[in-house]
Design a protein around this ligand. Structure first.
Ligand code: FAD
Length: 431
């Protein structure tokens, strides 16, 4: 499988899709990205993205970052607050954090020269780049593998006009997220291990507050730290991120507040009903959260939080709050199908609970690993085995951490035990 393919189609034009498109383009592959969302100007949930060394390596090697020094906010330490004790412990854990929109704009500018307020003059293509096309509003519906010449035909529909089209390509990458259609197509016989998406039992209330909207002492408390407030069967994580539209030093304090809501409960129905009365499956976006519900839910906990957290959450404007269910998805048993002609990457392969904030880092790791495969430095089977093992390990570890913060002792120890069993199986080569 060594050698970069002459052509590739990537399904999904979010971070994983763009990262893979960019890696292929820089090595001369002609790449088409098919993205179901009709608008190229996409906005994030403004919820912050953690990224690590692999995402940084991918950006450094494949993107032009001139003038973008402020594209992430470094957190030099992690501060722990226990209930009302604001300064309980400090851990030397460095994280880099940014916003989805900033990363998307950097990747788009470098993939297909898409201009934005962040990068009004995208860099020109480099010598040897392949041709690229980002086709918005195209939803992939099916695919076929042709044995005779090992190609893949992908069928898709224009979400606005309903027009059906198809493309034949040397490689298809499924980067279409947690509800991946590509994954469903290559794993049609659903087995629990390949298809299950689970509600964890808790939701995340998320929001941002401009750092100049809180008192000076609270701003300082959150300034260069990731902070966590451990509460009874609940927890809040905060970190600073650059604002979506600005990379020149304006900062937002981003919070994620994990909060137990039993599946099927009245509270669940209330929380996921928006201001127009519409019931949402997974996320009530910013601008649609019912103010009374937010007021009631935060009211139950504000006086139990450490002071800076209470100020932050008390200050957050309702227009910047959204709520989402925390789900996780069991990892597929393989990332490679049809003789390596269809690959699953990013959240399409495995989606973790968000506690480690490593989804973007995972996507970058997939892209860098595949570059090694195409350069002939590792086999595709080795890559697939590695990413599946990493996916399973991290998936279970994120569950352990989630149950530690939100669950009962019983659910925590049960998840911990599954994690240990998995580690043993991985060590022995049984998983
Ligand atoms: C608009 C947006 C904003 C986000 N904001 C945040 C955030 O603020 N914080 C955070 O932690 N995470 C955020 N995420 C999730 C984050 O991008 C992922 O968890 C992680 O980076 C891995 O990305 P991914 O590309 O694998 O999956 P995703 O980001 O979920 O991307 C999957 C993409 O595939 C597209 N797609 C799905 N099905 C089809 C189909 N059949 N045909 C064509 N296209 C399809 C989707 O529209 C989507 O663009 C956001 C995702 C999106 C799409």
């Amino acid at each position: 499988m060594a050698g970069f393919p002459p052509s590739a189609v990537v399904v999904g034009g979010s971070l994983a899709g763009l990262m893979h498109g960019l890696v292929l383009k820089r090595h001369g592959t002609n790449v088409t990205i098919l993205e179901q969302e009709p608008a190229s100007t996409r906005s994030s949930h403004n919820a912050g993205i953690g990224f690590g060394p692999q995402a940084e390596e991918l950006l450094r090697d494949y993107c032009d970052l001139a003038g973008l020094e402020g594209y992430y906010a470094p957190a030099v330490k992690t501060r722990l607050a226990l209930r009302k004790k604001a300064n309980f412990r400090e851990i030397n854990l460095v994280r880099h954090l940014t916003s989805w929109t900033l990363l998307y704009r950097i990747l788009r500018a470098n993939f297909d020269g898409f201009p934005s307020s962040t990068i009004p003059n995208p860099p020109p293509p480099r010598k040897g780049d392949g041709r690229t096309e980002y086709r918005s509003g195209q939803r992939v519906t099916s695919l076929e593998y042709h044995n005779r010449d090992s190609t893949i035909t992908v069928h898709f529909v224009d979400v606005t006009t309903g027009k059906e089209s198809s493309l034949t390509t040397d490689l298809l990458i499924g980067a279409d997220g947690v509800n991946s259609v590509v994954r469903e197509l290559v794993l049609p016989n659903k087995t629990p291990a390949n298809s299950r998406k689970e509600y964890s039992g808790y939701v995340a209330w998320r929001g941002t507050v401009p750092d100049d909207a809180v008192s000076e002492s609270t701003k300082q408390y959150f300034s260069d730290r990731t902070c966590a407030n451990m509460l009874p069967r609940s927890s809040i994580i905060t970190y600073m991120i650059p604002s979506d539209d600005d990379n020149a030093g304006h900062r937002l304090i981003n919070f994620v507040w994990y909060y137990n809501v039993p599946a099927g409960s009245t509270t669940m129905t209330e929380v996921f009903t928006d201001i127009t009365g519409k019931q949402h499956q997974n996320t009530v976006p910013t601008g649609l959260v019912q103010p009374d519900i937010w007021k009631r839910e935060k009211g139950t906990m504000l006086n139990r939080m450490a002071e800076p957290f209470a100020e932050l959450i008390g200050t957050c404007d309702i227009s910047r709050v959204f709520v989402t269910k925390v789900n996780d998805k069991v990892c597929a048993d393989s990332a490679s199908f049809y003789n390596g002609k269809v690959l699953l990457v990013g959240d399409a392969l495995v989606a973790f609970r968000p506690h480690f904030a490593v989804a973007t880092e995972q996507a970058a790791g997939h892209g860098l690993g595949l570059a090694k495969v195409w350069k002939g430095d590792k086999s595709l089977e080795e890559w697939s085995r590695e990413v599946v093992r990493y996916g399973k390990r991290t998936w279970l570890a994120s569950r352990v951490l989630g149950e530690f913060g939100q669950g009962t002792w019983f659910s925590f120890f049960r998840t911990l035990l599954s994690h240990v069993v998995l580690l043993v199986k991985l060590k022995m080569g049984w998983a």
